[in-house]
Design a binder for this molecule. Structure first.
Ligand SMILES: Nc1nc2c(ncn2[C@@H]2O[C@H](COP(=O)(O)OP(=O)(O)OP(=O)(O)O)[C@@H](O)[C@H]2O)c(=O)[nH]1
Ligand SMILES: [Mg+2]
Length: 442
C-alpha cells in the first residue's frame, strides 16, 4: 500500500513535471492530494475543504516576478497541509500540579524510551518529574527505566515482582507525589496476548487511576496502521496528545497525520533517537516538508514570500526601464525591512561576497536604510523627483530635518544615481540580446 507521503510526493512531482501549471495540471494535482488524504483516512469533509481551498488559492494566485507558478502552488499546498496539523507548534504545559500523565502505545512503539526522554526534558526545564512503571508484562521493564534515567536523580517507582498493574500504579502515583514531584508519568505495558487484552488493561487503568491526561506514542515507521492504533486507544481512553517516535530513521511519519485526524489530538513531541536527549517539540512545518520530500521547502517559501512583497510586475518594469525614483528605491528598502532584518535578505542575494558579510556590516546596512528613509521624508517633492538638484545647502536642510548627518544625504543621492545608471545599462544590454533570454520560465 502506498503511504500518505509517497502519494503526496508523487502528486507533487507529477505537477512539477507537467509542461505548464495550467488548469488541467492543477486539477490533477488536487485530485492526487485528495487521493492521498483519503487513503490516510482523513475525513472526507476535511479533504474537500482543503482541496477547495487549494483550488481557489491556486486560481487566484498571481506569481510575482522571479517565481514560477508551480512553486507558488506548491507553497499553497504546503500551507494547507500545515493547517491540517493545527498550523503552529503547540507547547506542552502543565495545566495543574501535580499532573498525572499516562502514556500508552503498542509494543515497541517507544513508550519507555519516550517517557525517560520527556521526564528528562521536563527536569531540565525546571519541573520535578517522577515515573511509575506500570508494565508488568515486559521482562525487566522497571530496570529499563532505571537504566535510562537512573542517574539523573528522577524518582522511579516500580514493583518488579508484582503482577497487578492497577494497584502498583495507585501506590506508585501516591509515592511519587509524596516525593514532591509536580508531574507523574506512568509507563504502561505494550505487550499483551492480543490487542483486546491490552485495551482492557488500559481501560481499567484509565478508570481506576483517572490520569489528568493520556498521551499516545506512535512509531513513526508504521505508516497507515497508525490510524487503527490511534482509534483503538482513543476509544479506550481519550487521547490528549501524541508523540511520534523514530523520526531519526528513514520514516517520514506519514501515519502521524492520520493519528492526529483520528484522535483530534495534537502532536507535542517527536523522538529522534535512542538517547535521553533525542526529543524535540513537534513543528508542523518541518514535518510536512519532510512528508512532501521537499527538505528545502523553507527556502522555497522564503523565496516566494520575498518576491511577493518586494516588487510587483509594474514596479519591476519601472526599475528596469530606469524610471524608478528615489521614492521607489526607499519604498523597496522599506518593503524589504518589513520582512525582518535587511541583513537576512542581503545574505540571500546571489551577489558574490555579500553572503559572507559579517553581522556587524549587515547591521550597518540596516542602520543606513533607516537613515535613508528618514532623509526621503524630509525632502521636498521636487527633490524626491530629481535628487540631482540637492546641493550642499539642501543636503544640510534635509539632514537636519531627518536628524542625520549631511554625508548620509549625499551618500543616498550618490547611491540612487549609481543604481539608476546600473539599471539603464541592464536595459541597454537587454536590447542587444534576444528578448527571450530575459523572459522568465513560468
Ligand atoms: N531510532 C530510534 N529508536 C527509538 C526511538 N524511540 C524508541 N526507540 C527504540 O525502540 C525500541 C523500543 O523502545 P521502547 O521504549 O522499549 O518501547 P516500548 O513502547 O516501551 O515497548 P514495550 O514496553 O515493549 O511495549 C528500543 O530499541 C528503543 O531504543 C527513537 O526516537 N528513535
Ligand atoms: Mg516499555
Amino acid at each position: 500500500m502506498v503511504s500518505l507521503g509517497e502519494a503526496l510526493r508523487s502528486a507533487i512531482s507529477k505537477f512539477m513535471g507537467a509542461p505548464t501549471a495550467d488548469r488541467q495540471a492543477i486539477e490533477e494535482l488536487i485530485r492526487g492530494i485528495q487521493r492521498a488524504l483519503l487513503l490516510s483516512d482523513v475525513n472526507v469533509e476535511l479533504v474537500k475543504k482543503i482541496s477547495d481551498s487549494v483550488k481557489k488559492r491556486a486560481e487566484e494566485a498571481k506569481p510575482p516576478p522571479g517565481i514560477s507558478r508551480k512553486d507558488q502552488i506548491v507553497k499553497i499546498v504546503y500551507e494547507e497541509l500545515i493547517g491540517l496539523l493545527g498550523g503552529t507548534a503547540k507547547k506542552f504545559e502543565l495545566r495543574k500540579k501535580p499532573y498525572v500523565l499516562m502514556v500508552v502505545g503498542i509494543q515497541g512503539s517507544g513508550k519507555t524510551t519516550t517517557i525517560a526522554k520527556i521526564a528528562y526534558y521536563l527536569f531540565r526545564n525546571g519541573y520535578r518529574p517522577g515515573v511509575v512503571c506500570a508494565d508488568t508484562y515486559r521482562p525487566a521493564a522497571y530496570e529499563q527505566l532505571v537504566q535510562l534515567i537512573g542517574n539523573t536523580g528522577i524518582p522511579i517507582y516500580g514493583e518488579p515482582n508484582s503482577g497487578d498493574a492497577v494497584s502498583i500504579t495507585l501506590r506508585g502515583v501516591e509515592e511519587i507525589k509524596k516525593k514532591g514531584c509536580d508531574i507523574v508519568i506512568i509507563d504502561t505495558a505494550g505487550r499483551h496476548r492480543d490487542q483486546e487484552s491490552l485495551m482492557k488493561e488500559m481501560a481499567e487503568l484509565q478508570e481506576k487511576i483517572r490520569p489528568d491526561e493520556v498521551a499516545l506514542v506512535i512509531d513513526g515507521t508504521i505508516g497507515q496502521q497508525a490510524k487503527t492504533q490511534a482509534e483503538a486507544f482513543n476509544k479506550t481512553a481519550k487521547i490528549g496528545w501524541i508523540i511520534i517516535t523514530k523520526m531519526d530513521t528513514s520514516a517520514r511519519g506519514g501515519g502521524a497525520l492520520s493519528a492526529v485526524v483520528a484522535t483530534g489530538a495534537p502532536i507535542y513531541f517527536i523522538g529522534t533517537g535512542e538517547k535521553l536527549g533525542d526529543i524535540e517539540p513537534f513543528d508542523p512545518k518541518r514535518y510536512i516538508a519532510r512528508l512532501l520530500g521537499i527538505p528545502d521547502i523553507e527556502g522555497l517559501i522564503e523565496r516566494v514570500r520575498m518576491a511577493e512583497i518586494s516588487v510587483t510586475e509594474e514596479e519591476a518594469e519601472k526599475i528596469l526601464s530606469g524610471k524608478f525614483t528615489l521614492m521607489d528605491m526607499v519604498k523597496q528598502i522599506r518593503e524589504l525591512r518589513k520582512t525582518g532584518p535587511l541583513g537576512k535578505l542581503v545574505k540571500m542575494l546571489p551577489i558574490p561576497g555579500l553572503g559572507n558579510l559579517p553581522d556587524e556590516e549587515l547591521n550597518k546596512m540596516e542602520e543606513q536604510a533607516k537613515k535613508w528613509e528618514a532623509a526621503v521624508y524630509s525632502m521636498t517633492p521636487e527633490e524626491r523627483e530629481d535628487p540631482g538638484i540637492i546641493d550642499s545647502s539642501r543636503a544640510r536642510r534635509i539632514a537636519r530635518g531627518a536628524g542625520i548627518a549631511e554625508k548620509d544625504v549625499k551618500q543616498l543621492v550618490k547611491q540612487y544615481q549609481e543604481a539608476r545608471k546600473m539599471m539603464r545599462s541592464i536595459k541597454r544590454a537587454q536590447h542587444r540580446v534576444p528578448k527571450e533570454l530575459f523572459m522568465k520560465k513560468r
